[in-house]
Write a protein that binds this ligand. Structure first.
Ligand code: HEM
Length: 474
């Protein structure tokens, strides 16, 4: 495996492409990740498909994905910004930018997430406060069946909102709830077949309803964000920063004052970074938590063991981050939820930053690369029961928690999820606190078999629509 630019060699194998359409006729874009996983059985762990005229290399399995993203981090560490993401991000912000712009924005966001509490007590307190509001919402249903989507998303969104804006919002505030709902709709619609086709054939744009939906949502959310940011600007106090937006505004003003040329701290980067953090911080964590609650209803005997452990170790007091070490079974259940739920199956697209030779194959600069995270989380050579909900994947024979290398739901390398430690803290506190208070069941007359594990595909993989009962345990 070499990492320097080399002269052309053998390209990765793959199905034979047709002119113009490439392999589009034989790929099922509604569940592209399943199709890719299937193709790897024929073509191996590094193969290429042509999406229209565009060559895309797919990396399959723990070993291959790790070797590319970690061992050849520079070559595989750039973001492929397709048309559908360009209309939302304009190559600014954190998620869909590259080069110096990306480096500056990522670094700034990371240091602010730390300052405003990621991995520290600040966030822990915010999360614990938010859990009380969420329980209030669950209690309103008095044990009757309800859809968990909105309350869970609003609660989770308030965590990143208080880090970004410096305050939480009421679940009855339509400005806030509409912003969350629109962001989630965009995540779902961006992963649709029509938007994948748009990335391949941009001339389709004017005909696509989904593109209209996305643009409409972006416009509305930008207006809303502008209002919030302007409100913060009016009351800005450099000695009392409330959140990420304040820090950015202060940095922006100071670079303007000093006459710094080509500063990255401009309005566009502010808007897009805020939108990135808001979207990335809401849908992912909310979706994972909802998978967790659904899996508890589906597998009541596993829920029983979680209840037993929480009751024995925590009793009635509020769970805190420190408790994680003492709750190996619950921790294993949360990890196994993330593994099986597989909520970002294709990761986000990468692109080669230079000509690369990888495992003997030549991959040209500018080739789209899909690190198939699904194939890592369900790699049959890494997991004993890849397709089952089996918390024992993360437990040794003494019942102690064990880390697993192939646990890679946050991806790896230069582009690894920026919010990983925040997300992990949220998942632990939300899940443990909710399980302490409730038993989750299917609605009367609905059997657990009716809760399906296939999910609904967008950029993230959501549980299929379902209702649960949250029954108070005492
Ligand atoms: C990127 C997963 C929560 C912010 C990503 C990526 C994945 C991911 C797979 C793509 C990495 C790649 O390109 O290879 C998850 C999961 C989460 C979660 C499973 C929750 C369970 C969060 C949260 C935040 C966040 C709470 C908010 C701070 C980001 C950002 C990026 C990212 C900003 C882009 C990083 C870059 O391009 O440099 N995440 N994420 N994520 N995530 Fe998360």
């Amino acid at each position: 495996t070499g990492s320097k630019p080399q002269k052309e060699g053998k390209e990765p194998p793959g199905p034979k492409p047709l002119p113009l359409l490439g392999n589009l006729l034989t790929l099922d874009l509604t569940r592209a990740f399943d199709t890719f996983f299937e193709l790897s059985k024929t073509y191996g762990n590094i193969f290429q498909v042509s999406l229209g005229p565009k060559k895309t290399v797919v990396l399959v399995g723990y070993k291959t994905v790790k070797e590319a993203l970690v061992n050849q981090a520079e070559e595989f560490g750039e973001r492929d910004i397709g048309h559908s993401f360009r209309i939302m991000n304009d190559e600014h912000g954190i998620v869909f930018s590259n080069g110096e712009n990306w480096k500056e924005m990522r670094r700034f966001a990371l240091s602010n997430l730390r300052d405003f509490g990621m991995g520290k007590r600040g966030s822990e307190e915010k999360i614990i406060e938010e859990i009380q509001y969420l329980k209030g919402e669950f209690d309103k249903f008095e044990g009757k069946p309800f859809d968990t989507t909105q309350p869970v998303n609003y609660a989770v969104s308030n965590i990143i909102s208080s880090i970004v804006y410096g305050s939480r919002f009421e679940y009855t505030d339509p400005q806030f709830t509409e912003m969350v709902d629109r962001a989630n709709e965009n995540v779902r619609v961006s992963g649709s077949t029509s938007m994948m086709l748009y990335n391949i054939f941009p001339w389709l744009g004017p005909f696509l309803k989904n593109k209209k939906i996305i643009l409409h949502n972006i416009l509305q959310n930008r207006q809303q964000m502008m209002n919030l940011i302007n409100g913060l600007l009016d009351t800005l106090n450099p000695h009392d920063r409330r959140g990420f937006v304040d820090s950015f505004l202060i940095r922006k003003q100071s670079e303007e004052k000093s006459g710094k040329k080509d500063s990255y701290f401009h309005q566009e980067n502010l808007m897009i970074s805020v939108a990135n953090l808001f979207v990335a911080g809401t849908d992912t964590t909310g979706t994972t938590l909802r998978w967790g609650l659904m899996l508890m209803a589906k597998y009541p005997h596993i829920q029983d063991r979680v209840h037993e452990e929480i009751d024995r170790v925590i009793g009635g007091r509020q769970p805190v981050v420190e408790d994680r070490k003492k709750l190996p079974y619950t921790d294993a259940v949360i990890h196994e939820t993330q593994r099986l739920a597989n909520i970002v199956p294709l990761s986000l697209p990468h692109v080669t930053s230079c000509d690369v030779t990888f495992n003997g194959y030549f991959i040209k600069k500018g080739t789209t690369v899909i690190p198939l995270l699904m194939s890592v989380l369900k790699d049959p050579s890494e997991w004993e029961k890849p397709n089952s909900f089996y918390p024992e994947h993360f437990l040794d024979e003494k019942g102690q928690f064990v880390k697993r290398d192939a646990f890679m739901p946050f991806s790896a390398g230069r582009r690894v999820c920026l919010g990983e430690s925040l997300a992990r803290m949220e998942l632990f506190l939300f899940f443990t606190s909710l399980l302490q208070s409730y038993r989750f069941t299917t609605p009367p007359g609905v059997s657990g078999d009716e809760l399906d594990l296939k999910g609904v595909v967008g950029i993230t993989l959501n549980p299929s629509p379902h209702k649960l009962c949250a029954i108070r345990r005492s």
